[in-house]
Write a protein that binds this ligand. Sequence first.
Ligand SMILES: [Zn+2]
Length: 153
Amino acid sequence: MNLLLTKVKKCKMGTITINMTCPRCNEDRCNNEHNYKTGEYYHQCIYCGYHKSFRYERDDKGHFIKKDPLKEYSLDNFVGKEFEVKEPFGSYKYLFKDGNSYHATIADKAAYDSRLTDFKTMEKDDIASFSISRLIDGKIQVTTIYEAESKDA
Ligand SMILES: [Zn+2]
């Protein structure tokens, strides 16, 4: 799993999720998770893979890391980290047989290659399909890499 996404899912409190228009491909399915308590956010486009996030760093126990250990435990004394993938290679999607799906950004060609290599050795029992979505010449192009054979047919 995408490490960043895993971390965000662990701290759902105070978080709202809405779809916004993607600043890169203009599709309106850019997931936007915003924590109104901390100001942390996580934008991820499921079509082109655009990603931008801001979060405060935490230690092993999940506590915010203070910039100055002698100052108080408050947002302006925490170590904030902004992360952006402006020109991603694309986005990948696992569609599971139970109808759920998982999307994540593919940052570059090397990440794409390793994603494909990983997929080959992966347990595929729960997976209905695996596809890659990319912004090419201003249009979203979806390539299906794998599709499970239907056992019901
Ligand atoms: Zn996009």
